[in-house]
Design a protein around this ligand. Structure first.
Ligand code: PAF
Length: 279
């Protein structure tokens, strides 16, 4: 596996591979890689000859009171995992390389990105889309692979690719979970033991809501209530949202339908976790 830290270097290396006819897939990450990221790399290997992985903790997508400074940075062990999983290229740029001083242009997210995560984290999706657009322009991948755990991010990236005509196929990969159902996340490492136990309730609540739908409840508030009641049983869980949405644009449908998703964001002992389930 080759590692590049500069835009010129990665472009040159990919240019050579492309001339040889290679299909390139990009897996954008912020590092602190876990099995969820490795599943993205496995999916990328199935659809491309060259798998490029970016690791960049993107300051634009963190709010002033968020965890940018303490976000885990584990480049050496990440690189070892990537090499083991057959990634071809690691792009690990510096902040200066990605967001040069005097840079003026950003991507405006679609309106639906202002709800849910966007409402709680103003500017977050503009930061995500701006860096993803830059990565697409730097790497020029044929395909890019994202996890379904960040479902609103996935929907926003799909919208950007359609609306701004990026010639990139977006591939979505299922969330990888611990044995007890907790979705893997780089932020799980912030959880102490009691919070870690509590966090499993998020998945329990999502499954309960889906079970209600499967047993015939189609009323949106009825489906949501079946999950919310589980979260309400633990006073230490602070629910930001637990809502049924249409996956393509995060609108709330009039009745629950197969293909909709329930999205959840819950604070557990100071750590904010998100998850979702497909109906
Ligand atoms: O999902 C992430 O890790 C980040 O939001 C992404 C897509 C790498 C952009 O910084």
């Amino acid at each position: 596996m080759f590692t590049e830290t500069g835009i010129a270097g990665i472009r040159a290396r990919l240019g050579d591979l492309r001339t040889q006819g290679a299909r390139v897939a990009l897996v954008p990450t912020m590092g602190a890689l876990h099995d969820g990221h490795l599943a993205l790399i496995d999916a990328a290997r199935k659809i491309a000859d060259v798998v490029a992985v970016s690791i960049f903790v993107n300051p634009l997508q963190f709010g002033p009171n968020e965890d940018f400074a303490r976000y885990p940075r584990t480049l050496e062990s990440d690189a070892a995992k990537l090499a083991e999983h057959g990634a071809s290229l690691l792009f690990a740029p510096s902040g200066g390389e990605m967001h040069a001083e005097g840079s003026r242009t950003t991507v405006t997210p679609p309106a639906f990105a202002a709800s849910f995560e966007g409402a709680i984290r103003p500017g977050h999706f503009a930061g995500v889309l701006t860096v993803v657009a830059k990565l697409f322009n730097i790497v020029r991948p044929d395909a890019a692979v994202f996890g379904r755990k960040d479902l609103q991010q996935l929907a926003s990236i799909r919208a950007m690719v359609t609306d701004l005509n990026f010639p990139v196929e977006i591939v979505a990969v299922e969330t990888v979970r611990e044995r007890d159902g907790l979705a893997l996340s780089s932020r799980n490492r912030y959880l102490d033991e009691p919070s870690r136990r509590r966090a499993t309730r998020i998945r329990d609540a999502l499954v309960a809501a889906r079970t209600a739908f499967e047993s015939g409840v189609t009323d949106v508030s009825g489906v949501e209530a079946a999950g919310r009641v589980i979260l309400a049983q633990d006073g230490a869980l602070d629910v930001d949202y637990f809502n049924l949405v249409r996956e393509s644009d995060f609108e709330i449908p009039s009745v629950a339908t197969t293909g909709d998703s329930i999205v959840a964001a819950v604070k557990v002992g100071g750590t904010r976790l998100i998850d979702n389930i497909l109906l």
